[in-house]
Structures are given as structure tokens and as C-alpha cells.
Design a protein. Structure first.
Lengths: 393, 393
């Protein structure tokens, strides 16, 4: 029997790789999928190719402008929705199927909430769903039959390792971090690093926000918050360690002294496939890790002076409420300002701190509260730049 | 409810550590055990202390000589058995409890066979049970409710990693090997290495046979054979890799591209506790792995020229029948000859080859056949030395 699948963010990196995994599993006759919905933003060319290849019932695009382009280019009969409502509709349309939420940004939170109770499995690549909306998502998930499986490599590794024990047997999660491009850069050089330097990630080929976030370790701070919600563990039990080779994707230290880790190539198709077919592991031909020809694996402390934004983010997570939403929104804007060369790299961490200082805290935010916080934090971050409070280059 | 436990080899390294784990778990009020039987050889002093501390119903010692010593020294009412029959009796005495087989050598095979069907769980540290008696053990185990859990660090690591998948999803087991003391020794120096050099193991503190076997990698060859039987996998799916830091105790490469490994300190109490309380992981205070202060982890090919005995042993496993029994028996004698400085270190591998060449193969050996093979191989190995066929120092 084929599994119904909806992919939100189908034209992005995770979305296209999910479709490749699905094609591979079908080509090897191991599994059947029925792509019933695809959601994207403005990449209409790719969406049209995906429609012709996968024949979804419904798609969603950013606005009526993209809708017109798509409807002109296709011969298939497809319902075309638009905007956030279109994505929410897609998230609700599989009853016992799988929703893959590979949207980027805050826009991914509502579809996550919609998919809960309306799917049997939700594969989550959208960071903001948990970073910003953790309490909302988990309140809903606790009363639901829907199971949530993370597909970023760190949390997927922890999810796998947790198969060998129970959550109450966990002593500590160890999230690994490559250390990014500034692992060995003198601290005063990081402060004034260029966008080119920040975007030069050693191991993974990713989008520019996540690559910048790897350089500042905002990314790792957000992953700590995600892990807190995903695995229902207090922050004291979640740590991050620098592992420049990125071979061990993350580890779980159990209370009996055993530590279980998942290792592999930097290939997102592996966690995507695992999440799609869990608990089964089906065969594929993706690259295998050749232990003998690896560089030596090393681990280093995550230095707070080198990555000051990490602590800011984790503290926002610990304090909770609408603080992670503020950090997340502000960070996106600050990265844009940095990439536009309006602020120094060091301005990102300083900007996050200043945004949090001015934030009006809301301890049990609703979705509307979180939207307001997000908007406020973005505006605040921009104003810090405009008013030259965090200085230009 | 307390679990009935019988420990065979209670005065050895694994036996005493098992009792320490049991004391620790009881002291922390996490678990109760009832030590009903203890078996050992000649260490009567320690056995007497164990009797006074754990009050077993039955013990077994090597012979009537040790029985006399023990009965004179104790005031407790304990049944004292002797010899192989005593160990077999102990192996049968727990009906729904746990038997820990930490005997060293061929003598451990019969109690393993006796414990199957007469215990709910058999913790196996006795290598020979599977290396020599694999087919017999598994024939009996397949029709039994008894579950077998390995407690050496490599197989226990694989056992843990396999919790994240099914055996038919395994692409390859990767057994790690420290490389022993001769990891970087020039090949011609290994050939003539002294017992002191062979006994200088970098990571683990073990008995002298197993330490010598680590130097020659006979140990790792035997572990490949054990893994074949334990995890019901063909030899093509079992590999060994040198990992000098011994931090990753072993790994499983699954067919979906994920590799799961267990990491930890070189402390046998961790796998012993896991096996005793499986599938639960209880809390302990044993040392934790401090990733940040580790040496860099490296992996090297297991070079056949450096460790010629490895291939001899694995080939004996692949060919099966009574060949592993011959290798195992001969190896023990050759190590004695080496430690007595009657042969060179290089004579061990050569001796194993010559014993196998002369062996009369039995393809489906009975227990009696295996005993004959063991006796024949020992005699043959001694004669190779006596007749100076493998040369003296």
C-alpha cells in the first residue's frame, strides 16, 4: 500500500531531496508513495516539473501571481492554493499519511500545528516549529496520535540513538557542531569577518541563513532548544560539543555509562529516508562512511568567547516564553544586514542580546503572541542597525 | 522481586566485576539479586569471602582438594560441588534466573549448553562457547526461551546498536580492535617480540592469554567467529578495523547508510550491568567518557602482514566444523610456549596454520568430537614446539 505524502517546501533543499529519496525507494521496489500535495514559494519552474513527475492533487504557491504562472504551464488537473492558508490546507489533507514540513522560517509553524491530528507522521525539518512554537506544538502533540520525527542530522541521530533506551534513562544529549568556518580564526578576526568568510562552511552545503548560523553557532543554540522540546529533556541534560569532522552526527549518554552515537556521511537523504520508513531501515546506495580513510575524529569544547551568540540563544530557550521567537526573528534580520554588509559579524550576537533586553516577555504565548513577537523583533533588529546602535562595518 | 543469579567463574575478572555491579545496583536500591550459585577453580580464599558476603546455596570448585579447604573455612551451610559436573549443575540450577558464564576456556562450553533451557537469560563472557561450540549452542538456543547476551565490550556494543534496527537490515558489523602493543612495531621486530612486549596492552587491563591474543589479533579473529554466531550474520558482513583509542567499542553499519556505535570507557562493568538489567539502563557512577579531553579518534586498516594470525582464525571460522576448536586449543598452548620463551611470537600464527593443515576435519562435530579436536590440537601444537618445527627463540 502506498503512503500518502505531502511535502511543504518541495522546491527547497530538503524538499527536493525528499522527492529523490522517494524516487529511489520506488525504483528499488521497496516502498510506494503517493505524493498528494506539494507546497512551495516562488520557484514555479521546479514546481511545474514536480507536478508533471509526481501528479499531486493539490499544490500551494506564494501568491496569485505564482498561481497564474503555474496554471498556464501545466496540463495536469491540479488544485492550486496560495499563501499561508494554502500551506495549512496541504498540512491537513493527509489523514493517515505523512507530512514533510521542510519550510524555512516562521511560516512553518502553523502548518506543523495543522498537521498534528491530521497525519500519522510529521517529518520536521522546519526549525521554527519547535524553536518558536515548542510549547504550542507539544501541547497539541501530547493528545495526538501523530508522531513527530526530526530530519535534521543531529536530532535524527539522537532519535536513532534513543531507540536503545528510554528518555528517562538519558543522562545527557551531546549535539555535535562542526565549529563552522571560524573554528580556528583569531577572535578579533571573527568580529569583523566578511560574508564570504562566514559562508565558507567546511562540511555541509546548505542555505545562507543556516550557514551563517553555523558560523555564529546561533544554529546550535536553536538546536538545543529543539532538542529540549523534541526529547522532553531539561536544558541541563543537553550539551553541544565541537566536532570539526561532522562524522558523528550526535550522541546520547545514557545513565548506565553507555554512549550511543550515529555516524555517517553529510548526506541528508539518510535521515530523510529513515524518517520516511521508520522503524524500518531500507536499502539504498548512498555513500557509506569509510572509517579507515577518515581524518582523525576530534572533539573540542564549544568556547563561549568564540561563539557568544550560542549562550544568548540557549539562555533565551531556558527562559522560554516568547524569547526564542524574538531571537529567531531578530537573527534572520541581522543575518540579512550582515550579508548586505551593514553590520559586522560580531553585531549579530550583540544585536540578539539587545533585542532580548528590550523584549516585553510573554510567558505563555499564543500563536498570535508569537507572530507579534516575531514582527516586533525583526523591526527592533532593523532599527538597531539603522540607528547604528550595533555599528556598521 | 530479586533475580536469581548463578556466576560461573566468580573469582575471575568478569566474575568479581559482576558481583561489584550487583552490589552497586543493590546499594542504590535499583535492583535486587539473589546469588544462588558461584563456581570457580582454585581461588578458595576469594570464594570463601564471596560465600560469606552473598550466601549462595551451592558453589563449585575445581576438585575435592579445594572442596576440603572451602568447607573447613566456612560456617555457612553451602552445598559444594566439584569439577565440570559441578559447573554443569550450577548452570542448571536457576530456572527463570540469570546465568553468568565467565569461565575461561573450553570448560565453559558445557555449562553454556546446560544453561540454555534452564535459565531465562545467559550472559556470556566465555569466548569458547561460541568460537568452539557455535553450532551446538545455536541449535539449542533456537528452540529455547533463554536469551543470550554477550558481555565483552565489542559484542555488547553491537548488541546495543542492533536495538536500532533488525538483523536483516545490517549491512556490516565493524568490530574495533585496539591494534595491541604491536600497532606501530616494525614487522620484523614483531616476529621476535618478547613476552613483556606482547603483554604491554595500551588500553585494557586483562588476563595474559587475552592480552597475547590482542597482540596477535587471534582475539579479534575469534570475536569475528563469535559475532557470526551471536548475530546470525555471514562472515562477509563482519569486518574488523583498528581503532587505537578503543573509545568506540564497535559499530553497526545499516543498509540505509546510518552507522550506530557504542562509545565509552574501557570499563567492563558497563556492559555487565547492561546485560544484567537489559532492556533497562539503570544509573551508576562509573566513569563517563569525556569527549573533549579524548585523544583524537582514528581508524586504520587491520594489516594482514602485521597480524597474520587474524586471517588464519577467520578462515577457520568460515570453513567451520571442528576447525575453530582446533585453532582455539592450539592457540592456548602456543601462547604458553611463547610466554615460556620456547617459541618466537611469530611462531603462534605459523603454529596455528600448521595445526589446521594437519587437522582431520569434522563438518558437523558433536560435543565429543570437539573435545577430541581440542585435545588433539593442543598435543599437536606442543609437538610442533618440541620437534622445533616452529623454531625456538
Amino acid at each position: 500500500m502506498a503512503t500518502d505524502v505531502v511535502i511543504l517546501g518541495s522546491t527547497g533543499s530538503i524538499g527536493t531531496q525528499t522527492l529523490e529519496v522517494i524516487e529511489d525507494l520506488e525504483a528499488s521496489d521497496q516502498e510506494k508513495f503517493n505524493i498528494i500535495g506539494l507546497g512551495c514559494g516562488t520557484n514555479t519552474d521546479l514546481l511545474v516539473r514536480q507536478i508533471n513527475r509526481f501528479h499531486p492533487d493539490t499544490v500551494s504557491v506564494k501568491s496569485s501571481q505564482e498561481k497564474q504562472i503555474v496554471s498556464r504551464k501545466i496540463t495536469e488537473e491540479v488544485e492550486i492554493k496560495t499563501g499561508p492558508e494554502g500551506l495549512n490546507k496541504l498540512a491537513r489533507m493527509t489523514d493517515s499519511g505523512t507530512v514533510v514540513n521542510a519550510l524555512v522560517g516562521f511560516v512553518g509553524l502553523e502548518p506543523t500545528l495543522e498537521a498534528i491530528d491530521n497525519s500519522s507522521r510529521l517529518l520536521l525539518a522546519n526549525k521554527e516549529s519547535l524553536v518558536v512554537g515548542g510549547p504550542l506544538v507539544y501541547r497539541k502533540l501530547n493528545d495526538s496520535e501523530t508522531s513527530l520525527i526530526p530530519i535534521d542530522s543531529e536530532h535524527n541521530a539522537i532519535f536513532q540513538a534513543l531507540e536503545t533506551g528510554e528518555e528517562n534513562e538519558v543522562e545527557r544529549l551531546v549535539i555535535t557542531a562542526s565549529g563552522g568556518p571560524f573554528l580556528s580564526t583569531p577572535l578579533d578576526r571573527i568580529e569583523v569577518a566578511s560574508p564570504e568568510e562566514a559562508l565558507d562552511h567546511p562540511n555541509w552545503d546548505m542555505g545562507s541563513r543556516i550557514t551563517c548560523d553555523s558560523a555564529s553557532m546561533v544554529n546550535k543554540g536553536l538546536e538545543v532548544i529543539e532538542a529540549h522540546w523534541l526529547f522532553d529533556l531539561p536544558y541541563e541534560k543537553i550539551s553541544a560539543v565541537v566536532h570539526p569532522q561532522s562524522v558523528i552526527h550526535s550522541l546520547v549518554q545514557f545513565r548506565d555509562g553507555s554512549m550511543i552515537g550515529e555516524l555517517g556521511e553529510p548526506d541528508m537523504k539518510v535521515p530523510i529516508q529513515y524518517a520516511l520508513t521508520y522503524p524500518r531501515r531500507l536499502k539504498n546506495n548512498y555513500d557509506r562512511t569509510d572509517l579507515v580513510n577518515l581524518a582523525k575524529l576530534e572533539f573540542k569544547e564549544l568556547e563561549e568567547e568564540r561563539y557568544p551568540a550560542f549562550k544568548v540563544v540557549v539562555e533565551a530557550g531556558k527562559s522560554g516564553g516568547n524569547r526564542p521567537a524574538a531571537v529567531n526573528g531578530a537573527d534572520e534580520e541581522l543575518i540579512d544586514e550582515f550579508l548586505a554588509e551593514n553590520i559586522r559579524f560580531g553585531g549579530i550576537a550583540r544585536g540578539l542580546e539587545l533585542v532580548l533586553e528590550d523584549l516585553e516577555p510573554v510567558e505563555n504565548p499564543t500563536l498570535e503572541d508569537l507572530k507579534s513577537t516575531d514582527a516586533w523583533a525583526r523591526k527592533k533588529a532593523r532599527s538597531l542597525v539603522k540607528e547604528k546602535i550595533i555599528g556598521d562595518r
